[in-house]
Ligand binder design. Structure first.
Ligand code: GDP
Length: 363
């Protein structure tokens, strides 16, 4: 008798019909190909921006932020063509440490600004975003009301590159926003590091948001930042924090007396407000308007903008020279070998620098 295990029903190895290999791209996505972003010509970009088309404006900003060298000349041409339509705006820089209430305040200031029939763009310079990747500043979710307003354009910080590069991109974005009819621009930054100087170099009014602390709030604020401020505002002046805020206000006022009068001829004011409860918002905005009228009358407004334009020319030269130098393959190779020679004490740092610069200049 045949052994029972040889019976068909006990066959161990049975090859099941397998499934075919899945395609690596979901074929469903093919249906969406037609929605792929259209790329525009320079004049289409400019026309779209001039008409206030937010989607085209957003794409043009992406072009500015792009690290693809092919995008650079297109972006520059768009900027150049938008330039004649810019300038008629008020640019405000806002700084404060994380938690000072920048986004809450910008949401409230913004809603107030929009009541005046204005169009507001909120941009940001966040030098840390290169590390953290996700840009925190200028994030739409942090400005809940503004983000649903059609007359508000919110753009987080460009995240690639050096602070200089990031700042240049934001400055160029201002130009496009203004050409698109945004007449109020807020540039936000965190109150740490060098980014305030960059923001200061592109705005008409620089607002420093402070919190009332334990009475020693003046410590830890860099003198340079206070000197840059055209206005200091103490946030969270609400509930049982009002007295502390008033105290901080008088500390700041006293401290400002010790500084020489700024070139603008305007003595910076110190106000208290609450961004969250919307107390004193109009007063902060009135102060900014008052400043703008003041400096427009005494000529400082135009002077500052001209100085900034010159500054940005030099910044742009510096940045382009640097990137041209460091992206040159011959230079990259030479630098590698010089590094080794420095480490093995065959050449001094200075001689190495001269050598590589010579190669570059004779190139
Ligand atoms: P940012 O990091 O400077 O942008 O600060 P946020 O706007 O995110 O605010 C930080 C925290 O402070 C949040 O929990 C806010 O709700 C709170 N906050 C902001 N403004 C005020 C204010 O005017 N009063 C009070 N009591 N809290 C506030």
């Amino acid at each position: 008798m045949d052994h029972i295990e040889n019976d068909k029903q006990f066959q161990g190895l049975r090859v099941n019909k397998g499934t075919s290999e899945q395609p690596s791209v979901n074929p469903y996505l093919n249906n969406f190909k037609k929605f792929k972003r259209k790329s525009y010509t320079v004049s289409e970009y400019v026309e779209g921006i001039r008409k206030g088309n937010i989607s085209i404006l957003g794409q043009a900003v992406t072009l500015i932020e792009s690290s693809n060298p092919d995008h650079y000349p297109i972006a520059q041409e768009v900027i150049e063509k938008c330039l004649p339509y810019t300038g008629d705006s008020v640019r405000i820089g806002i700084t404060g440490v994380p938690g000072a209430g920048k986004s809450t305040s910008i949401d409230s200031f913004g809603m107030h600004i929009l009541k005046g029939n204005n169009k507001l763009a909120v941009l940001a310079i966040d030098p840390s975003s290169e590390v953290t990747k996700g840009s925190i500043l200028g994030d739409k979710t942090r400005m809940e009301r503004l983000s649903t307003e059609k007359n508000a354009f919110i753009r987080p910080s460009p995240s690639a590159g050096s602070l200089g590069g990031v700042a240049r991109k934001t400055r160029e974005t201002i130009i496009l926003c203004e050409a698109a009819g945004f007449n109020r621009i807020i540039v936000e930054t965190v109150g740490v590091g060098q980014s305030e100087t960059a923001v200061h170099s592109m705005v008409d009014f620089f607002l420093l948001i402070q919190l009332a602390g334990t009475g020693d709030e003046l410590q830890g604020i860099k003198r340079g930042i206070m000197e840059m401020a055209d206005g200091i505002v103490i946030n969270k002046a609400d509930g049982n924090n009002i007295d502390k805020a008033k105290l901080a206000q008088s500390h700041f006022k006293n401290a400002l007396h010790l500084f020489p009068l700024p070139d603008s001829g305007w003595s910076p004011k110190v106000l208290t407000y609450s961004g969250y409860y919307e107390i004193g918002i109009a007063e902060v905005w009135d102060m900014i308007e008052e400043y703008i009228t003041f400096v427009k009358n005494n000529g400082y407004f135009e002077y500052r903008r001209n100085e900034q334009a010159k500054y940005w020319m030099y910044e742009s030269i510096n940045e382009q020279l640097k990137s041209n130098f460091y992206n040159n393959p011959k230079i990259q190779q030479e630098l590698k070998s010089l590094e080794q020679q420095i480490l093995s004490s065959q050449i001094s740092s200075f001689a190495a620098a001269n050598k590589v610069l010579d190669i570059y200049l004779k190139h």
